[in-house]
Design a protein around this ligand. Structure first.
Ligand SMILES: *Cc1c(COP(=O)(O)O)cnc(C)c1O
Length: 404
């Protein structure tokens, strides 16, 4: 069992007061808090080994390069990629998706199809729309039901030899649904299509095994798994990464440059143009180490308990409706209270120290599907407690009285 109080002591921000009240941080779906080891590792990098990487022969440059590549190895192990060069450092999920979508511009022809799901984050919709505009490919949407589950029989029907790539989130940030990605990956491959998994909302809760999943691409952000902002991972199968053209040109990604012709560097450098977020890359390894030390079994157990308890307590509130009632769900609860705008609840409970997200959660099509302007979203992490849920429920009850 997880000793939550011991874990909480690792996160200095959690003992802060906000608006004079003890902070209750339930906006983990937007970004996670950072443990002291991660905060310290950032300072340590700048205090001791700051230098540019993969360039200098001098000692600091070599130390920084080693630390960066060691971190890549940690991420490789974490997701069980076959090779370290299949693990690309990016600035985050958004960057990873854009890199792949841009690469597919050289592959798609007019009339080819891209399948996205009805519950994607905008960052897994817009790059594909831009790709369609560029190539004449067509975007098709895998529909969902009222529980917020993708309808697999419809997915099967949409797949055809026109489908070139499928893109779907592992877990929905707005609904908490865990999608049947193994099934979807196998089906995409049967149809001869590639598949990208947006794992941004999954990696805080579970450890993906990209070889077992057999996905072609898997992307996520560091800042949702206790790491810093501005760094993330794009996993791609070697064959795909060799096939796709580089995304950005510049330093580091070349083998040889003349004004007549440039040849590109080997993987992973081909996709890592320019000076990256070196500290971020190194510290992402620290963050992953930290989460593995806590243990994903412990994390899941704690979060499931919070999900069950939170769901039960919230449903005690009259007029409260939860959006996202899939059988397979993670610790995200999206809800509304009849007759009250989500923003008003969010504003009042913020005064009581409670951080939740209100709005469309970068997933407007989901809000349109449910015909609502937005929701209040409480997203729990392993460092949250049952007592904090009680505090939130009381605060919402108070807000409800004030607003009705
Ligand atoms: C947060 C999130 C993103 C975007 O991540 P960035 O870090 O903003 O690039 C994409 N998809 C999902 C499901 C997310 O939760």
């Amino acid at each position: 069992m997880l000793d939550v109080n011991k874990i909480r002591a690792d996160f200095p921000i959690l003992s802060q007061k906000v608006n004079g009240k003890a902070l209750v941080y339930f906006d983990n779906g937007a970004t996670s808090q950072k443990p002291q080891v991660v905060i310290d590792a950032i300072s340590k990098y700048y205090q001791e080994i700051n230098a540019n990487i993969h360039r200098g022969v001098h000692t600091l440059s070599q130390l920084a390069t080693d630390a960066y590549e060691i971190s890549r190895g940690k991420l490789q192990n974490h997701i069980n990629a076959k090779f370290p060069h299949e693990v690309l450092f990016t600035s985050g999920t958004t960057h990873g998706i854009n890199l792949v979508a841009n690469g597919f511009a050289s592959i798609l022809k007019p009339g080819d199809e891209i399948l996205v799901s009805a519950m994607e984050h905008h960052s897994n919709i817009v790059p594909w729309q831009m790709l369609c505009e560029k190539t004449g490919a067509i975007l098709r949407v895998i529909p969902m039901n009222l529980d917020g589950e993708l309808i697999m029989s419809e997915y099967d029907k949409l797949l055809s030899d026109k489908t070139k790539i499928v893109t779907v989130n592992h877990i929905s940030n707005a609904l908490g649904t865990v999608n049947p990605i193994k099934y979807m990956i196998d089906k995409a491959h049967e149809a001869g299509a590639a598949i990208l998994i947006d794992g941004a909302q999954a990696v805080p809760h579970l450890k993906p095994d990209v070889q077992e999943l057999n996905c072609d691409f898997y992307v996520f952000s560091g800042h949702k798994i206790c790491g810093p902002t501005g760094v993330g991972i794009l996993y791609g199968k070697e064959a795909w990464l060799n096939k796709l053209p580089p995304y950005q040109g510049g330093g580091e990604m070349i083998k040889e440059v003349t004004f007549e012709k440039t040849t590109y560097a080997e993987l992973p450098h081909k996709f890592e143009a320019g000076t990256p977020n070196i500290a971020g890359g190194i510290v992402l390894g620290t963050a992953v180490d930290y989460m593995n030390e806590v243990g994903f079994d412990n994390i899941q157990q704690q979060e499931l308990e919070l999900l069950e308890y939170g769901t039960k307590r919230l449903l005690e509130i009259e007029g409260l409706k939860i959006f996202g009632t899939a059988a397979a769900k993670t610790s995200v609860i999206s809800f509304n209270i009849e007759g009250i705008h989500p923003y008003d609840i969010g504003t009042i409970i913020d005064k009581l120290g409670i951080a939740v997200r209100t709005g469309h959660h970068c997933a407007q099509p989901i809000m349109d599907f449910f015909k609502i302007p937005g929701t209040i979203r409480a997203s729990f992490a392993f460092y949250n407690t049952i007592e904090e849920i009680d505090v939130m429920v009381e605060a919402i009850k108070k807000a409800k009285v004030m607003l009705s």
